[in-house]
Every structure is written in C-alpha cells, then in structure tokens.
Design a protein around this ligand. Structure first.
Ligand code: HEC
Length: 180
C-alpha cells in the first residue's frame, strides 16, 4: 500500500515541521524566562557594585617622571624657539652655543648644570633670572615653551602632550641623561 505509506511519511513529516515551528519558539520562551529570572536574581548573589575596568580613553595618563618620556610637543618646542630667538639668542647664541656674553645652553654645559635635578629647576632658574635685565617678565607660557625648546635642542624627545607650567608636575620630572 504505497499510498498509505506515503501518507504516513507525509504525516510524520508534518509533525516534525509542526514541532519545529511550535517547538522552537517554546524553547526560546523557556530560555528567555530562565534568562530574565537570572537577571533579576543576579544582584543578590553577585556584588552589584563590582568595580568595572576603566575604559582606556577615560584613564588619564600618569604624569611623566623623566625627560626621556616625551614631555613636550614638537609644536611647543617650535614656539619656544621663536621666543628664544626673540629674548635669549642675542646673548646665548642662535645655536645655543653661548657667546662672549653668556654660557652655552646645550651639550656638556647643559648636562653638567642640570644633572640630577628636575625640570622644575630649569624652569625656575630661567624664569627667575632670565633675561638678566628683566627677569620673570615673559609670562609662564613663554618660559615653559622655552624650556621645551632647550630640552628639544639637547636631544630630548618630543611627545604628544604639552608641558604645562605647573610646578608640581615639573618637580616630578627628572633630567636624566640621554641613553648613549
Ligand atoms: C643679556 C644677555 C642674556 C639674555 C638676553 C639671556 N641670558 Fe641667559 N644668561 C646670561 C648670562 C650672562 C648668564 C650667566 C649667569 C650666571 O652665570 O650667573 C646666563 C645664564 C643662563 C642660564 C644658565 C642658568 C644657570 O643657572 O646656570 C640659562 C638656562 C639661561 N641663561 C637661559 C636663558 C633664556 C632661556 C633666556 C631667554 C628667555 C636668556 N637666558 C636670556 C645672559 C643672558
């Protein structure tokens, strides 16, 4: 009886299809209920205020501790160079090599003068004594830009943040020797 067999096969097939259609949503519903009850009960079993890892872009970069870390920007050093040429170069020389009037500000002289000290010492010294005729007249921003230029001219690397005229910050930055 091929026709009956065909009907049976067809009938079984229909049941399977029906189960697939009805059964799958039923399973989804059960799963959804299980999930929602898990969400509701989760706070009682797990700490609700679990510390989340901070998003990388939200974490402030730690303050630099060394002149080797790229503590000023290229643009800042260039501003500093303009200010240097306007206010310092006549005595210390265009290439910072010094002259009859004033000591050089690069190379051995620079390293010997500032070794073991902090960027704050360079900033304070320059700000409070230069230019000799009228010290502390150029404004904090100009002085810190000039310090950035002096560091740049001594081979220290630029980075992606500007150096601020903030004595706490500058106190923490060691004038380390450039690695050979
Ligand atoms: C009129 C000339 C003159 C001008 C302008 C001048 N300086 Fe000087 N500078 C000197 C002399 C002279 C000394 C040495 C002072 C000393 O040893 O007591 C000196 C010393 C320095 C020192 C070494 C300080 C130290 O404690 O060792 C630095 C750094 C410096 N100047 C930076 C600058 C900067 C930056 C400017 C511009 C903002 C500037 N100078 C402008 C004449 C000048």
């Amino acid at each position: 009886m091929p026709a009956v067999a065909d009907d049976d096969v067809l009938g079984a097939g229909l049941v399977k299809v029906l189960f697939a259609v009805v059964g799958a949503p039923a399973l989804l519903l059960v799963a959804a209920l299980a999930c929602s009850s898990a969400v509701v009960t989760a706070p009682s079993s797990a700490p609700a205020e679990a510390p989340r890892p901070a998003a990388p872009e939200a974490a402030p970069a730690p303050p630099p501790t060394s002149v080797l870390e790229g503590i000023f920007t290229e643009a800042q050093a260039e501003r500093g160079q303009v200010a240097y040429e306007a206010h310092c170069g006549e005595c210390h020389g265009e290439g910072l090599g010094g002259g009859e009037m004033a000591p050089g500000l690069t190379g051995v002289a620079f390293r010997f003068r500032w070794r073991g000290l902090k960027v704050a010492d360079i900033y304070d010294s320059v700000q409070s004594t230069m230019p000799p005729e009228e010290p502390a007249t150029l404004g904090d921003q100009v002085y810190i830009d000039v310090v950035a230029f002096l560091l740049s001219a001594n081979g220290y690397p630029a980075g992606d943040r500007e150096l601020a005229a903030d004595s706490n910050l500058l106190e923490g930055i060691a004038v380390e020797r450039m690695p050979p």
